[in-house]
Design a binder for this molecule. Sequence first.
Ligand code: FAD
Ligand code: DLZ
Ligand code: SF4
Length: 509
Amino acid sequence: MVTRLVLVLGDQLSPNLTALQKAEKDTDIIVMAEVADEASYVPHHPKKIAFIFAAMRKFADALRGDGWQVDYTKLDDPDNAGSITGELLRRAEQHDASGVIATEPGEWRLIEALQEMPLKLHMIADTHFIASHKEFEDWAEGRKELRMEWFYRDMRRKTGLLMDGDKPVEGKWNFDHDNRKPAPDDVDFNGPMQFTPDDTVEEVLDLVETRFGDNFGTLRPFWFATDTGQARRQLTHWVKHALPKFGDFQDAMLNDNRFLYHSIISFYINAGLLDPLEVCQQVEQAYKDGHAPINAAEGFIRQIIGWREYMRGIYFLEGPDYTSRNVLKHTRSLPSFFWDADTRMNCISKTVTQTRDEAYAHHIQRLMVTGNFALLAGIDPHEVHEWYLAVYADAYEWVEAPNVIGMSQFADGGIVGSKPYVSSGAYIDRMSDYCKSCAYKVKDKTGPDACPFNLLYWDFLIRHRDRFANNPRMGNMYRTWDRMDDPRKAAVLEDAQAFLSRMGSGESI
Ligand code: FAD
Ligand code: DLZ
Ligand code: SF4
């Protein structure tokens, strides 16, 4: 009998994994390994490492219960080879295995490492996505602009989600204009379901505390779901109590509410615990049952079959050099307040503190607070990319990089976004209550108390005028600048430079 190894990675924890479908229970051996290389290629948030290790251990137990032979290596196992390929080589020798079956990993780094390994490799597509690489490539072929909205409509047609024959339900593809309400006074949802750590989780928490306790991020309290059953309970809880208002307040931010009406399921979908199509079908059903309005259901489904799939398509279409793109030639170092939250800018301080505590921030905090600031201030996009990859529990390069390098930092030159996502403090003030308790004044455009976003916004636009002045979506911004009188323009740019040099010299800002 020939034995083959079947690799299951920490973000492939699904019984429908293609590698498992191709394997034979009687003869093949599943290899799962907690390894130093994966746990430290960026300084991951301790909650992220604990989540992955705990979910891996439980998934391995479930596979054993289902009759599979699983060779599982814990991080502190003395024989641990320290890398995925090292572990495969060690197990191959142990079992005299003929080769490895693997589902394609979500990062070029690991795909390349597997391909270079001196073992026969059968790498299969990951079918936990709506679109295959080929479908995305065919869609992209010959298009001048790869706009998400057009791709999304194809995914609606393909899945049949929210479709009435070949037409979108309620006559429109996109209800986004209903989804920009500012922060509500009262949020009648208490956030995600929280799970008390069981023995498996506790053991992992102790390990992570010892080995990664110095990484940025608070490990305890730890409440994440760590198996599919728990993740489904969280999803159902959210559909019941929060989905109806998800659309309305999708872009809002609040000092005292970290989750608002967000689903907090990206950790679970990205690790394989939830299936994206099943999640969307559950949301569609809530709409059909009259429980959720169309703007909520459509807004949510678009995030998953639209943005999530589109981001993956871009990552694989653009290739391994994507994370080193830097068309705006930004070179400033990431300021220390991205790690210690020590800044008088309340929006940044709140977002970084929340990120430290939860390994989570929602989309608008990531895009319009930390991302916006990094872009305006001209931070090196690779440093920004490594920060996002480390600090969020849902971050794997296939989804993080297009969001950061593309959508947030415009470092890909406009493949993901047709214009840079930049704003002055006015946007943050409209969508949150951050500015009310900030040391800076959002209404001040210059002077010692002026909101730094106001200063840097103009500095950014003027710095990159040659690139953006002819962008039809940015003409208004430049016209507003051109209407300002010269002394005002000079004061804005001077104050912006002074701010950047204070930041560069490490002064508290
Ligand atoms: P909800 O707001 O409830 O949205 C529902 C689901 O839609 C999410 O769970 C997610 O699966 C999907 N989704 C929404 N927007 C996106 C998007 N832009 N790209 C991909 N999926 C999306 N998402 C990640 O999963 N991993 C990342 O590393 C990541 N990095 C990001 C970095 C930046 C700079 C930005 C702007 C966004 C990033 N996102 C990332 C997208 C988004 O912020 C998160 O998916 C979302 O905040 C997760 O929280 P949630 O589950 O409560 O999402
Ligand atoms: C993120 C991560 C971490 C922290 N640790 C492991 C690990 O020890 N073993 C493993 O199989 N996977 C881990 N992962 C997930 C991988 O990094 C992920 O599979 C690749 O980045 C591809 O998406
Ligand atoms: Fe952020 Fe400016 Fe508002 Fe302060 S005033 S919270 S720095 S946007």
